[in-house]
Design a protein around this ligand. Structure first.
Ligand SMILES: NC(=O)c1ccc[n+]([C@@H]2O[C@H](COP(=O)([O-])OP(=O)(O)OC[C@H]3O[C@@H](n4cnc5c(N)ncnc54)[C@H](OP(=O)(O)O)[C@@H]3O)[C@@H](O)[C@H]2O)c1
Length: 254
């Protein structure tokens, strides 16, 4: 049975991807960050033998170490690490400057900059996936069959061809540009070991990331994004080819 570690699984894409993996027959170690969300608990009732819920705050060395100890107690190998957890740390999403609100300073260059909020953004979005990969990669190297690392980045991190030319949200955008380089770097390190790396833009999803409330006006269902990502990791075989894709398989420029 194939085994996956997934981060940020309480809701949004992480929950949808966990749901999909379980229905595809995987054993899943799901990183739980939030208290009180019911999605994982419902899946645990349905898949009591294959879903292992593990507390995991990707911004904390201690939390990731504890999760590693827990997972290592149940398996000595993984086939997939999916780094999905992420934050936006801002409600600065309106294109109309009058409507922009920048409580974290992650606004335009003319807004006040709040370093603590931005450091948290990098700790979660950029160092988070690196921290998890660093701790768990030895389990991935021991996996039998396909081994895959997925980093959920964003089109917002593309320097060359972002679909939206933003002059705000610089903290989030830069945090994802750094994820892009991280994925490329990891591909160089892991391809010789037969591990495939994907750096994915999951689409403008109906999730919770911007305000903490469900964004029904967004374009893509999390389940559809999850399905597209899964199809890609099933179908693209080469370890040293392109790695930056939209969830539907479209290649993105860096
Ligand atoms: N939604 C989009 O349109 C979109 C577009 C491009 C890229 N992305 C990326 O897609 C990924 C998933 O986003 P989503 O839209 O599904 O967001 P979401 O609905 O907010 O889900 C993300 C989950 O990760 C959790 N999380 C936050 N900090 C964490 C930490 N330190 N450790 C572990 N988990 C943590 C969140 O908890 P809290 O709610 O408490 O923060 C939430 O449960 C993110 O990396 C995001 O940057 C999203």
């Amino acid at each position: 049975m194939e085994k996956a570690l997934v981060t940020g699984t309480d809701r949004g894409l992480g929950l949808a991807f966990t749901d999909l993996l379980l229905r595809e027959g995987w054993e899943v170690f799901a990183g739980q960050y939030m208290q009180g969300e019911t999605g994982l608990a419902a899946l645990a009732q349905e898949f009591p033998d294959r879903l292992h819920i593990t507390p995991l705050d990707v911004s904390s060395d201690e939390s990731v170490d504890r999760a590693l100890a827990t997972v290592s107690g149940m398996t000595d190998s993984l086939n997939l690490i999916a780094n999905i957890a992420g934050i936006m740390a801002s409600t600065v999403v309106e294109s109309d400057p009058e409507k922009r609100d920048s409580p974290t300073g992650d606004g335009t260059i003319f807004d006040p900059m709040h370093s603590d909020a931005l450091l948290r953004l990098y700790n979660v979005n950029t160092l988070g996936p690196m921290r998890v990969t660093n701790r768990f990669v030895h389990l991935l190297l021991k996996g039998e069959g396909d081994r895959t690392l997925v980093n959920i980045s964003s089109e917002a991190g593309s320097i060359q061809t972002p679909t939206v030319e933003r002059d705000f949200l610089y903290g989030y955008c830069m945090s994802k540009t750094a994820v892009n380089l991280q994925s490329k770097f990891l591909q160089r390190s892991l391809a010789p070991h037969g591990v495939r790396v994907f750096n994915i833009e999951p689409g403008y999803m109906k999730s919770f990331i911007i305000t903490g409330t469900y964004r029904s006006e967004a374009a893509v269902e999390c389940a559809d994004s999850a399905r597209g990502i899964y199809r890609m990791i099933r179908e693209r075989r080469d370890v040293d080819g392109d790695i930056y894709f939209r969830y539907n398989g479209e290649k993105l420029e860096w």
